[in-house]
Each structure stands twice: as C-alpha cells, then as structure tokens.
Design a protein around this ligand. Structure first.
Ligand SMILES: O=C(CO)COP(=O)(O)O
Length: 137
C-alpha cells in the first residue's frame, strides 16, 4: 500500500531541465503523491508530465518562503530541490532559509538527481515518516 506523501519540487533555472527530465522519468511514482512546487518549476513539471502540481509563487517572489512555511507547519514530507551551486541568486536568503528549515525539521531533502532517485526508490517511501519537532539546543 502506498502511503501518500506531499513532495515539494523546486529547481534553480540552470537545473530546471534536469528536474523536468527526472520528473518525466519518475512520473509513475510521483503520480501516487501530492506535488507542490515553486511557480516556474511547478508549471514546467505540470506541463511536461501532465501531473497535478500545486504551484506556489515563483521562488524569488516568495515561493521558497511558502515552501519553508509548509515545512514549519508539518505539511511537507519530502523536498526535492535541485540547487545551482554555480550561480549567485538575488533571493539567496530565501534559498538558505528553505534549506535551513528542511534541516531543522528533519525533512527528507534531495538536492540532486541521484539523491532524488534514492529517496523515491526507498521502500520507506511507503511508510509514515517520523519527523520530530526541532529540539532547542
Ligand atoms: O528560485 C527558485 C528556488 O530558489 C525556484 O523558483 P521558480 O520555480 O519559480 O523558478
């Protein structure tokens, strides 16, 4: 039995073709889950795969922040975020905040294709994910 997860999809511009290609390849598995993405990434995946993707605002306009809020609210199980390590971005603070919240809230987080494959091929995808609340140190 599949335990439905909410999966966030985000890619920086240089990585969007890679994420779209990956989503097309892994369409069958992704179709069993709820998908939410930043504006441009989400629309690109929706168009390329025909999957239902909830599209938030574009990353630089607050989409990363919206996804971070979902994590803080316990509404995102997995974050697939293909990050571009070779370009600087005006919304770098939002990118860092999203990655920080993913780490803080013990969220399953894939920043590249090989990790995304590991995550969605894991047998644990079908089990509930135990995410603890952050511990204050
Ligand atoms: O900038 C992004 C992530 O930081 C992605 O946003 P878009 O999907 O709207 O391009």
């Amino acid at each position: 039995m599949t335990e439905r997860k909410t999966i966030g999809l985000v890619a920086h511009d240089g990585c969007k073709p890679d994420l779209v290609a990956w989503a097309k390849e892994r369409r069958e598995i992704l179709a069993r889950h709820d998908l939410v993405g930043t504006g441009t990434t989400g629309s690109a995946v929706r168009e390329a795969t025909g999957l239902d993707v909830e599209c938030l605002k574009s990353g630089p306009l607050g989409g990363d922040a919206q996804l971070g809020a979902r994590i803080a609210e316990g509404k995102l199980d997995i974050l697939i975020f293909f990050t571009d390590s070779l370009s600087s971005m005006p919304h770098d603070v939002d990118v860092k905040a999203l990655i920080r919240l993913a780490a803080l809230y013990n969220t399953v987080f894939a920043c590249n294709r090989v990790t995304a494959d590991f995550v969605i091929d894991s047998p644990r995808l079908n089990a509930p994910i135990m995410r603890s609340e952050p511990v204050k140190r």
